[in-house]
Design a protein around this ligand. Sequence first.
Ligand SMILES: Cc1ncc(COP(=O)(O)O)c(C=O)c1O
Length: 461
Amino acid sequence: MHMTPEEFRKNGYAVIDWIADYMEQVEAYRVLPDVEPGETASKIPDHAPETSDGFASMLADLDVVVMPGVTHWQSPNWFAYFPANVSGPSILADLAASGLGQQGMLWSTSPATTEIEARVLDWLVDLMGVPQSWKSDGPGGGVIQMSASDATHAALVVARHSRRDDGPVERMVVYVSNQAHSSIEKGCTVAGIGHCRKIDVDEAFALDPEKLRAAITDDLARGLVPIAVVSAIGTTATTAVDPLEAISDIAQEHGLWHHVDAAYAGTAMICEEFRGYQPGLERVDSYTFNPHKWMMVNFDCNVLWVADREPLIDTMSILPPYLRNAASDAGDVVDFRDWHVPLGRRFRALKLWWVIRYYGATGLRAMVRNHVDLADQLAGWVELDDRFELFAPHPFGLVCFTHVEGNDATRMLADALNASGSVAVTPSEIDGTCFIRVSIGQTHTKERHVEGLWQAINELA
Ligand SMILES: Cc1ncc(COP(=O)(O)O)c(C=O)c1O
């Protein structure tokens, strides 16, 4: 009944060949699929097979059933949302991790999973220039989670737990800018926190610290309990950067947990020249970023660092008798199940480890700088063209622009670009102004792809 190792080898080679062919051909596909809702499902029988379908037919259905409904995030012509860029070493690491089928909830259930994760996140502390005290031998520490949403939710739950004696959850308040990612409001809802207060931003879409201070004063006067503030290094809409130090001052003044969401832009910190965007990290309580966005690590792989691991473990740790073991009891090891909501956890660290080793710090920096240079180039062309206006600063790899003829022209241009099949961009809107987001970050995006995009913009504007 089972696949023998010999059959696995043969089928596995076929799958690797299929993936390699996809890598070779991905640029030729229309970037966004042209399927109707229900079209993919209609190609799948109503009921599960009673007997084996056979591997050959399963593999063939990748082309017949799956491919027509695939959105080509891995096309070098992908400029939509943020990148979810992947790489050969990451794909192979995920395969090896699947082969090992580890359950790394406790150190004792997979010592390698736990220790490699801790060591690789320590590497990243140095690579990204974040505080040394976040390393595993310091008071802080890092953990891999599924998503930035999970990491932020975890941080907010810790903030709530730490302040449990200060008032009921319905009276607690978390502060974010009105440009913050929806995951923060969702995290508040899931954590039962009463209020997620959205603070106005300045002309560069960064949180205005004076407005934050005023909102806190207001809430305190109303008898509410401010517990946390979340700063963004790179908002989703425009990659705006909140003023970290001013926010830290206010957080310290009012005893707020200060969480930093650098989901996309965190990767840029591998290059020293971007670290000015995150000054004073020594004073924040937690920080999250997604290697699964811009670091060529396949989804899912999120990093959460905390400055002090005690409150996190205090919040998340529950020890039923069946999870007790000598290593944990002796206090000699890290049990990552105590660092997030899920119990079970897979070997995600392997792909992060392999990507860093395969490219080296130099290769990763080159990738980031290439994308940022291409974004600068595109922004320069936009600036020189009377038909368009830049909508926001572009500190990283995202360029936002509008059509000077207004919202309809901007929206029509975005729709036309996406309908063309040759590229994918994301239309968005802030305060009634429509703009187009061009996010440059796919692993294989080169100058000629951005030139192709610019040509399409020129033809369709
Ligand atoms: C700034 C920011 N924070 C959080 C998220 C959520 O990330 P995830 O999908 O890992 O939950 C995103 C997603 O794009 C984001 O841009």
